[in-house]
Design a protein around this ligand. Structure first.
Ligand code: PPS
Length: 421
């Protein structure tokens, strides 16, 4: 009834129509709004989108990490190479490669040991960087940490203990009974020196065996380490300079010299210990005791004519490639002589006073810790023997004999060894 009344009244009908239009437009707006909302919700969700982007960046990040690792390794290898090259050029700018533990991380690794000098912070920072990159590599490549050694020193992955056998770059060529064993034992304490224990006698007795035979005798060394050997008879072997020069003209030569008179007595004492029935020192010294003519053909005398032997070496090597160590100073001041030798070899002065103590029983300086050991170490019984008493007249005659040769030797070497006092 009300409905028919609205349609019958024209005013009411018009209001009703307007109301219907408004309702329709409202419903349409609501519908459109609904559609709009639906559409937005069907767009890719932000989370999905960000995971794709993150995936892309993660790959980039991985690349960057590996790039950083590569750069760090490159930096390490370059610096370690520079370090070893600089060793020979400038002893003050060297890295000491050795095992050490980082106090901060407690990790043990091989590298340039932090030094308490101006290089300290630089080396330490570098060590940390490399340690990180190596940790990464070890875990990424599932390598055993033992592979780390050569990775660090050579930039190549190779097992611990590996290195290569090289021909010696430095030789202790003499003199017999000069103190050559003491010098070699002391030098072996240095981490950048690797030496053969026994005397190879290659350039005098075993030359026919060839250089490959000789190389095989050498210990393995890592980059930057010096290979050494000592054979005191080289100094008096006529062919030795030419042969050593043929191996390498750059070979560094070290000669430990000692007062030729005490050296001769020491030499004789050694022979006497092996052959107790040999003639006396006095009788072997002279060709003719009455005339006082010295028997220079006796090797014990012959070896001490240093100037003559040195002349032969100077035909093949320049003077600055030969270092003369005082056998006397090696006993009274081992650290001082070792300092000179380390400088000559282009090595950092690692062997110092702290490495020695004077052993009262032995009567000689000994090492507080020998190479590869934590125990004190003196040379064996064959070093520092008691010499027989030689007639003072004979000693004086020998002093007179050697004087001009000694003077010549001082002149040639530029060092006064003080044997004529
Ligand atoms: N620290 C220490 N300990 C023991 N001995 C020492 C030391 N430093 C030098 N010397 C002297 O070295 C002498 C032996 O020299 P060499 O080693 O060259 O002898 S050899 O040629 O190898 O046989 C040896 O000679 P002798 O005393 O005549 O036995 C020692 O005087």
């Amino acid at each position: 009834m009300a409905f028919s009344r609205i349609y019958s009244d024209p005013l009411s009908r018009s209001i009703f129509k307007k109301f219907l239009v408004m309702l329709c437009s409202l419903l349409t707006s609501l519908y459109l709004l609904h559609c709009l909302t639906e559409r937005c919700s069907s767009m890719p969700i932000p989370v999905k989108a960000s995971s794709q982007v993150a995936g892309f960046f993660a790959a980039e990040l991985d690349d960057l990490r590996s790039l950083r690792r590569k750069r760090l390794l490159q930096k390490w290898t370059t610096v370690s190479k520079q370090g070893s090259n600089r060793k020979s050029a400038d002893a003050k700018h060297t890295f000491e490669f050795s095992w050490f533990d980082d106090a901060d991380t407690g990790q043990v690794f091989y590298g340039p040991e932090p030094q308490v000098d101006r290089d300290y912070s630089e080396n330490r920072e570098l060590s940390r960087d490399v340690q990180l990159s190596l940790d990464d590599i070890v875990s990424l490549k599932r390598l055993s940490p033992r592979f780390m050694v050569n990775t660090v020193s050579t930039g190549k992955l190779s097992p611990l203990g590996e290195g290569t056998k090289k021909l010696p770059q430095a030789l202790i060529i003499g003199v017999k009974k000069g103190g050559t064993r003491a010098l070699l034992e002391f030098l072996r304490v240095h981490p950048d020196i690797r030496a053969v224990g026994a005397e190879p006698h290659f350039f005098d007795r075993n030359y026919e065996n060839g250089l490959e035979w000789y190389r095989e005798l050498m210990p393995k060394t890592l980059e930057g380490q010096i290979t050494m050997e000592k054979t005191p008879s080289y100094f008096v072997t006529r062919e030795a300079p030419a042969r050593i020069s043929a191996m390498s003209r750059d070979t560094k030569l070290i000669v430990v010299v000692r007062d030729p008179v005490t050296r001769a007595i020491s030499d004789y004492t050694q022979t006497l210990s092996k052959k107790p029935d040999i003639p006396t020192f006095e009788s072997l010294t002279f060709k003719n005791r009455t005339t006082g003519l010295i028997d220079t053909s006796w090797s014990a005398i012959q070896i001490g004519i240093y100037a003559k032997h040195l002349d032969n070496w100077l035909q093949y090597f320049p003077m600055d490639q030969i270092l003369f160590v005082s056998g006397e100073c090696l006993i009274s001041d081992p650290a001082g002589e070792l300092g000179r030798v380390q400088d000559f070899l282009g090595l950092k002065r690692i062997i110092t006073d702290k490495h020695f103590y004077f052993n009262q029983t032995k009567g000689f300086p000994c090492l507080k810790k020998a190479e590869g050991s934590s125990k004190p170490h003196c040379l064996g019984k064959t070093k520092g023997r008691t010499h027989p008493n030689i007639h003072p007249e004979v000693v004086q005659r020998l002093r007179d004999f050697y004087r001009p040769f000694n003077m010549k030797f001082y002149q040639m070497t530029g060092r006064i060894f003080g044997w004529n006092d």
